[in-house]
Structures are given as C-alpha cells and as structure tokens.
Design a protein around this ligand. Structure first.
Ligand SMILES: Cc1cc2nc3c(=O)[nH]c(=O)nc-3n(C[C@H](O)[C@H](O)[C@H](O)COP(=O)(O)OP(=O)(O)OC[C@H]3O[C@@H](n4cnc5c(N)ncnc54)[C@H](O)[C@@H]3O)c2cc1C
Ligand code: SF4
Ligand code: SF4
Length: 375
C-alpha cells in the first residue's frame, strides 16, 4: 500500500524526478498505466493524469527511499553482517561458472547466467527478465531456457528502462519471475514489492543485482553511430588500465575512462548504491581477475539459489581475499560519500534529497566513513 512520503502521483513524479533530470531509466514506472511511456532511455508522462497517489511514484528509486526499512523487510537472517560500504550480507565469495559455454559468454565467469540457469532448471522461477541486445542497443528479454539466458549474457553499459518488461509480464501472466538488474532497478523492485499495490507483485520471486558505479545514456550510442559509423556492438569490456572496449562492425573501439565519463547518465551521479544492497545476491567483477566474479549472498532466497547452483555443478566458489575486500569497500564508500556529502564536483550536481539519512550516519561519514545507517 502506498503511504506517507510516497503518497504522491504522476504529476509529482514528473516535477521531482523526470523534469529535473534525475530519472535513471530503470523502467519501473513505465507502462504501469497507459500514461507513462519510454522511447530509448527517455521516460515521460505522456498524458495528464490526475491521480493523487500512484504506484509510479511509489516504485521510483529517485523518490523517497529508506534503505534501512527495505533492508529490514527483505532480511531473513540474524547472521547477516552490516557494513556501511556494502550493506548487509551473509557471505562474500569469488565465483565462476563450471560450464565452459557459460564462462565463455559471460562477462566475468558467467555467474549471473549460471545462477539464472539454475533458477529456471530447478523450477524456482518460470522466466527471467534479462538484458539482451538488438545488435546495438540494450533491450529486455524474458528468458525461459539456458539457451535464452546465454543469449543475454554479457554487460551492456547503457541504462535503459528494462523494468517495463516486468510490468508487462506481471500484468498478463501469473508466473514466477526473476529479475537481473542494476542497483537502481533493484531498489525499484523492492519498493514495488513492499510499498506498492502493483498487480502481480507477489510473482517477483528472485532479485539478482549487479554492481554498478555508472551507466551510459543514449548519447553514447548516438555518437558511436555518428562518429564511428558503427551499427553493431558485440562484447563490451573494461579491461584493467584500458578503458571501455567495444567489439563492433567497425572493429575494436576504445573509449578512455575520461571520455566515457562524458556519457554517464546525469542521475547516476546521485546514486549511492554501487553493489545492489537490496538484492538476494549481488554480483560484480573482482577487478583483479576477469574470469571470476565477486558474489555477495544477502538473503535466504539468495543462499538457497546459490546452494542449488553449487549442487548442480553450475558454479564453483572460493574465499574472498582480504585485500580485495578492502579495495571494494573503499571504492563503494568513496562513491557513497560523494553522494551523501553532496561533494561531487561533477557537472551536473548531486541530488541526495531522496535518500533517508539518519543523523548518526551523517556523523559517521563526516568522521571518516564508518557505521551502519540505522535508526
Ligand atoms: C551498466 C553496468 C555497469 C556495471 N558496472 C560495474 C562496476 O562498476 N563494477 C563491477 O564490479 N561490476 C560492474 N558491472 C557488473 C559486471 O559488468 C558484470 O555484469 C558482473 O560482474 C557479472 O558478470 P557475469 O559474468 O556473472 O555476468 P553474465 O553471466 O554475463 O550476465 C550478465 C547479466 O547482466 C545483465 N545485464 C547486462 N547489461 C545490463 C544492463 N544494462 N542493465 C541491466 N542488466 C544488464 C544481463 O541480463 C545478464 O544476465 C556493471 C554492469 C552493468 C550492466
Ligand atoms: S527512475 Fe525509474 S521509476 Fe523513476 S521516473 Fe525514471 S524510469 Fe520511472
Ligand atoms: S550508477 Fe546507479 S543509477 Fe546509474 S545505472 Fe548504475 S545503479 Fe543505476
């Protein structure tokens, strides 16, 4: 049920989020009703709607967001470790797929694809909302088999409103769905589950979150067409010390991280959740070894999926090196501090007004970044 600070409608969504440019194109509000549409990465309320309280406002990751409350609602364990940098989790591991065909197609060892394969093959879900590509732009797809999961493997660094695909699915079918999303999308999914009255929300069975420190808007793709005449994009990687490297029909194209920065979506500068803190399982690179992933186990649902993937020999895990954990925590904390303290000297400016921050947490950050954000 929509209550409190989230008790607003599409007009306010337009005024507070879309109009000022804070929308991160998660897609959670798109097609919830006939009035909100998306074209590429642009989201708009296309027709006036007088509803004073709407699910569109409640699910948006850039309207009022209380991480503590959401973390509490999804947590099912007292064993979880709470850290200011990475949120709450039960275990941190390195992982990769044991199947060569998944490892080869996957971005960093194919862990996400292997987990989705396990979820489908074990019958935990009927379909998985993933991000494939139409050859150039990222596009959502509902995968129902290992083959379809593999067709969507690999990172596309563009942001686009993929959760519109979930809204379509929930509206027409009563089947259990898993979603793989960026952290902003994971927040939207938890708000949908716990603060909205969206029809079919109980069918959202599993949420896998990627690490994400930035995403690119469609200006990137437009320039790739215009300046490089590229019309097909294959694998995208960010090898250490090399920049964003794309396989295209015009050969390999490399953007330095400095060049890439110019295309980062405006709303990403206000994002304080680089590791998908509200997911069942969070997955990112290891920075040191591109053939392995970092895997954070956050909920009992996530743990149970991991155990199934391990017992069906889809995945192997190893312990997480202390040094690597320190580096990951520092990177995550640095991103958060820039947002929480509003000290990003980026253009555009930082907006942190949507985040509920406690006084205690502000003090801890000011003193050097320690402590959990609890009331
Ligand atoms: C925009 C973006 C930014 C990222 N930034 C970082 C980072 O800064 N640091 C880091 O450690 N890791 C980052 N990652 C995660 C990393 O690139 C890998 O996705 C992760 O390590 C999992 O690898 P894998 O081999 O298990 O994934 P795979 O098995 O290859 O599966 C990848 C999954 O990602 C999904 N996906 C691909 N593109 C998108 C997209 N645009 N939006 C939503 N879902 C998508 C697909 O559905 C697919 O299922 C980012 C990913 C994305 C999409
Ligand atoms: S961030 Fe997501 S929910 Fe909010 S306006 Fe943009 S697409 Fe809609
Ligand atoms: S940086 Fe944050 S807002 Fe931007 S795409 Fe990644 S998770 Fe979403």
């Amino acid at each position: 049920m929509v209550t409190g600070e989230l008790n607003k409608g599409p007009e306010q969504l337009s005024e507070e989020v879309i109009g000022p440019g804070w929308c991160v194109a998660c897609g959670a509000c798109v097609e919830l009703c006939p009035y909100i549409k998306a074209a590429d990465d642009r989201v708009a309320v296309v027709q006036a709607c007088s509803l004073e309280s709407g699910n569109c406002y409640a699910v948006c990751p850039r309207t009022f967001t209380d991480y503590n409350d959401l973390a509490f609602k999804i947590s099912s364990s007292e064993a979880a470790e709470m850290t200011p940098a990475l949120g709450s989790f039960e275990e941190i591991l390195q992982a990769r797929s044991l199947l060569p065909e998944i490892r080869d197609k996957g971005q960093n060892g194919g862990v996400v694809s292997a987990l989705m394969t396990a979820a489908l093959e074990e019958g935990l879900v009927d379909a998985a909302l993933l991000t494939a590509s139409d050859g150039f732009y990222p596009r959502y797809t509902l995968a129902r088999s290992k083959m379809e999961v593999l067709a969507a493997a690999g990172s596309k660094y563009g942001v686009y409103p993929g959760l519109a695909g979930l809204n379509r699915s929930l509206a027409v079918a009563s089947e259990n769905v898993a979603v793989v999303g960026r952290p902003c999308q994971v927040v939207a999914l938890r708000k949908l589950q716990h603060y909205s009255s969206v029809r079919g929300r109980e069918n959202l069975a599993l949420v896998l979150g990627l690490f994400c420190f930035w995403g690119l808007d469609y200006r990137f793709y437009e320039d790739l067409r215009k300046h490089y005449q590229a019309s097909r994009i294959g694998r995208c990687e960010i090898p250490k010390d090399r920049g964003l490297t794309l396989e295209t029909d015009r050969g390999e194209i490399i953007f330095s991280l400095e060049e890439t920065r110019a295309y980062v979506r405006r709303g990403c500068h206000s994002c304080a959740d680089p590791t998908s803190e509200l997911a069942d399982l969070s997955i990112g690179s290891t920075e040191s070894d591109p053939a392995w992933c970092t895997l954070l186990v956050r909920t009992r649902t996530g743990l149970s999926l991991l155990q199934k993937a391990l017992s069906s020999k889809l995945i192997e895990v190893r312990s997480f090196p202390t040094e690597a954990r320190k580096a990951l925590e520092e990177a995550a904390l640095d991103k958060k501090e820039r947002v929480f303290k509003g000290r990003e000297n980026d253009i555009p400016p930082v907006n942190n007004s949507y985040l509920k921050l406690t006084d205690q947490y502000r003090v801890q950050l000011a003193e050097g970044g320690g402590g959990a954000a609890d009331d």
